[in-house]
Design a protein around this ligand. Structure first.
Ligand code: MN
Ligand code: MN
Length: 317
């Protein structure tokens, strides 16, 4: 085996200070030529799906800015992430603010360019409505994929205000469009007041495993991870991380905060337990920097992305 070393990785922060230069994720090169790339960080700066607070269009740039502090060695899993993965910051896919269906077309087309190159996208939202064009693109390449959704909310409502597409509806449509392999899918962390008990029954009726927030707290992260991994099996997996999974004490800058959430450590611990799955895509969504305190939410999201990269690197190392 004479596998070539990865071509693209971050700037050396022992040679130039991490606060210098133009902001990309983790000081990676900004490239749209995807030859010799394994993973692309992709911004999806779209927030027309927001039903309460908006401003997630500024999520990608804030996560990139906060990510300057990311170092290349992942202590938790003992992996030098960029020794086995060639990673670039692809920039943002096109969107049309205010026009959700047109944006869906352009987001999907933008992500198709990444997927057709055989590259795994890690998308920076944007509100959670972007999950539908993400799944439409993934489906075109991979067929139905298993969903692992960490979120306070199921996002399986059929409509808001009589309209089909918001950040509360993407997984309802994704299941109905046949994009999700529900039998291998899990939603974890659902909590907070609901419109009715139906909010948690619907994803179960769709065939997904639902581990609500209270149950996840009682089980502990290791057991939650075990159940999610067992459920996913060897299916192709899309991992969608709504930052509101984390308690607003740690991640206040989000569209629909819910108390009783998970710590940053619990989130890292859960993600580290989700190793060995056949990942085909990731996102972290719902960061609204205008509501942030000391960049806590953006910094947390930047580290969640690093956990995704570590999962991929561990699988290759
Ligand atoms: Mn969500
Ligand atoms: Mn949510």
């Amino acid at each position: 085996m004479d596998k070539k070393p990865p071509r693209y990785g971050p700037a050396d922060s022992l040679a130039s200070p991490r606060f210098s230069g133009i902001r990309t994720y983790a000081r990676l090169p900004h490239l749209t030529d995807l030859g010799e790339v394994d993973v692309a960080i992709v911004g999806v700066p779209f927030d027309t799906g927001g039903t309460y607070r908006v401003g997630a269009r500024f999520g990608p740039q804030a996560i990139r800015a906060a990510s300057a502090l990311i170092r290349p060695y992942h202590t938790g899993s003992g992996v030098a992430v960029f020794d086995s993965l060639s990673v670039v910051d692809y920039g943002d896919v096109p969107v049309v603010p205010g026009y959700i269906e047109e944006s869906y077309k352009r987001i999907k087309a933008g992500l198709m360019d990444v997927l057709k190159a055989g590259v795994i996208p890690i998308d920076l939202g944007g509100d959670h409505s972007i999950a539908l064009p993400e799944l439409r693109a993934l489906h075109e390449v991979h067929g139905p994929v298993a969903l692992v959704q960490l979120d306070s909310h199921s996002d399986t409502i059929d409509s808001y205000f009589g309209m089909p597409h918001t950040h509360g509806t993407p997984f309802y449509h994704a299941v109905n469009e046949g994009l999700i392999d529900a039998a291998h899918s899990s939603q974890v962390g659902l909590r907070g007041g609901m419109y009715s008990a139906r909010d948690h029954e619907v994803p179960r009726e769709m065939g997904m495993q639902v581990i609500a927030g209270v149950e996840a707290h009682e089980l502990g992260m290791a057991e939650v991870a075990k159940r999610v991994v067992e459920r996913a099996g060897d299916a192709r997996v899309f991992l969608s991380f709504d930052i509101d999974f984390i308690d607003p004490a740690y991640a206040p800058a989000t569209g629909t905060p819910e108390i009783g959430g998970f710590t940053t450590w619990e989130s890292q611990s859960l993600l580290r337990g989700l190793s060995g799955l056949n990942y085909v895509g990731f996102d972290v969504v719902e960061v609204i920097p205008a509501y942030d305190v000391a960049d806590n939410t953006s910094f947390t999201a930047a580290n969640i992305v690093f956990e995704f990269l570590a999962l991929l690197a561990r699988a290759r190392a």
